[in-house]
Design a protein around this ligand. Structure first.
Ligand SMILES: *Cc1c(COP(=O)(O)O)cnc(C)c1O
Length: 235
């Protein structure tokens, strides 16, 4: 392995991480929040394993993958203490394979998937934390529960035994109009409030990516999923 290239990668990642952590802290201060109230999930879906290892050496412990197969392969090959987050679409036929490795699943977009996760988790004696993905913007191209659908979920779904429904997740529309993005994040927080008034605690809000994480923090994100911004200059 080329050591100079390796350390160059680590140096660049350290710089990027430092800048991102700084921006998280500033956004938290603006919002009157403690920086520890925002968890950074490093999204490594387009990055080689060397990047995951370098981030680990810099103290990152939470990693997000979009494709279950890549999450599984990396979890098997890398440090077992890494906390893996399945952030991309999960098909029901991949649940059994991914559950031994994914502590978090951000992308639960149907009751059938949730029931499947609980069933398999019971068999495997695990209890994943899951987030219900909500299609706040209503774009047909987006996955997730419609807000009204969420409000009508039967109690039996909320009390499935082998999953912990820890919160909600959403994706902002792909637009430069910050007001639209903010509206979506605010929308997720409001849906959470309504759910809370029905007795569901839902402490986590997973929202915010490289281009909009500061807005997400201002609107209450507890988990931000960052990919490209961490890897700038790392080719
Ligand atoms: C790729 C991806 C991200 C990270 O996106 P960036 O814009 O690179 O920060 C976050 N969440 C999900 C669900 C993704 O698929």
């Amino acid at each position: 392995m080329d050591n100079s290239a390796e350390s160059c990668l680590t140096t660049q990642l350290r710089t990027n991480l430092g800048e991102v952590r700084n921006r998280i802290a500033i956004a938290c201060r603006r919002a009157g929040r403690h920086p520890d109230s925002v968890r950074l999930v490093a999204v490594t879906k387009y990055s080689p394993v060397s990047v995951v290892e370098a981030l680990w050496s810099l103290g990152e412990r939470e990693f997000g993958e979009s494709r279950p197969q890549q999450l599984i392969e990396r979890a098997q090959a890398l440090n077992p203490e890494i906390c893996w987050h399945q952030i991309g679409r999960l098909q029901r036929n991949k649940v059994r394979a991914v559950l031994p490795y994914a502590k978090w699943i951000h992308s639960v977009d149907s009751t059938r998937l949730l029931e499947r996760i609980s069933e398999i988790a019971g068999e495997l004696s695990v209890r994943p934390k899951v987030l219900l993905q909500v299609n706040v913007s209503g774009e047909p191209s987006k996955q997730g529960f419609a807000p009204d659908e969420l409000k009508l979920l039967p109690e039996a779904v909320w009390s499935l035994p082998h999953v912990e429904i820890a919160g909600l997740m959403t994706m902002a529309p792909d637009t430069d109009e910050l007001a639209i993005i903010r509206q979506v994040f605010l929308g997720l927080r409001r849906i959470r409030s309504e759910m809370q008034s029905q007795g569901h605690s839902l402490p986590e809000l997973s929202m915010g990516m490289s281009h909009d994480f500061e807005i997400a923090i201002e609107e209450g994100a507890t988990m931000i999923r960052l990919g490209s911004i961490l890897f700038e200059g790392c080719d």
